[in-house]
Design a protein around this ligand. Sequence first.
Ligand code: MV4
Length: 450
Amino acid sequence: MFKKILIANRGEIALRIIRTCKEMGIKTVAVYSKADEESLHVRFADEAVCIGPAPSQESYLKIPNIIAAAEITNADGIHPGYGFLSENAKFSKICAEHDIKFIGASGEQIEKMGDKATAKETMKKAGVPTVPGSDGLLKDVDHARKEAKKMGYPVMIKATAGGGGKGMRAIWSEEEMEKNFESAVKEATAAFGNGGMYMEKLIEEPRHIEIQVVGDQYGKACHLSERDCSVQRRHQKLTEETPSPFMTDSLREDMGNAAVKAAEYIKYEGAGTVEFLVDKHRNFYFMEMNTRIQVEHPITEQVVDYDLIREQILVAGGVPISGKNYYPKLHSIECRINAEDPYNDFRPSPGKITTLHTPGGHGVRLDTHVYSGYMIPPNYDSMIAKLITTAQTREEAINKMRRALDEFVIEGVKTTIPFHRQLMDHPDYLAGNYTTKFMEGFKMDPKYQD
Ligand code: MV4
């Protein structure tokens, strides 16, 4: 088993990983940029190494600095968390070359799932439902026109090097094809250095429902049921819940089995998430596979009583999984608290937290690294806390979330607490009647303003 793990991340997820390592008797090394000198993960770790100045490119994304930190502290494992280098195939391979265990997927698996057209072809071979569409990449706009004619409009063209909505275009008629195709290729080439595009039938008003999987080093995988992540704004998840209000027992069985089939087909090692699009008829289609722990992992932990970070470390250490699947026994909701102003187009609001009162009580979990007096730096992602409530039923979990949000006081910066409080009163949300289009009609009500 690992003696010492370096956490190549910051904020709440770094703290999350350090906590589980301590419980497992594993020493921890924090890495931090100059901007994070006063951050909690530096204080909670057994050792800490400054790896560079504030900009991520010169610190948290700087592979030589992170490897050097692991070498000088003699760490035998590196946990990448999410974001940053967590899905960087080159980093995974370099760790292996330095005989440091990357607690995540292999470089090959990251590469395979990172190229969206390849991921889709792989899933098709595995027998996982995929959206009807082109066989591989589109050669040019004429090929795109022909494919669209074959499958019928509307269609969606997607960048193979994209993901998370980047380099994607919905096209409703042949007249729109040329300009959309050209602009998508340009955008993808600029963003990813790869303009490869593929095409799919457009699924209208889909839900985003993902299945948590864990695979071990012996080709076995299991699932831990679903998370509904449909409430998103510009492809940023705002809140997630499990079980999904749209789920049925048979759909959960089918999606869970498809996710396990996908993981076992590629001999996936580690914690991963298979994302699906679900249409209004409850047909589900493979969307993407994420080869990392996700922000929203706590709601799964809460309802199946399972520590996903601990499982990642055990699996990386060669321990086989039990093989059984896990089903929700409770209901859990996560609200992502961002230092953003929902009354000003959710623009970032970094700065010093002058007053902090955190919610608590039965069924309330708060994953955060902030403290009173903490300076939220402008250099990184705006998420500062994840408020998670868990109860026997969805109604009770929502009620608990309302109460916890009312207790949660953060002064000195604007946060998305008022947005979440309004969401918990929204009739469509309360009815569990929402798709990925939900935020398109959402307007902030001044009565929720601090
Ligand atoms: C789609 C789709 C409709 N039809 N594919 C968005 C990002 C990436 N995960 C894929 N996405 C979508 N792919 C087809 N064939 C609609 C979306 C989509 C979406 C998916 C999940 C969550 C939020 C979304 C917001 C807009 C579009």
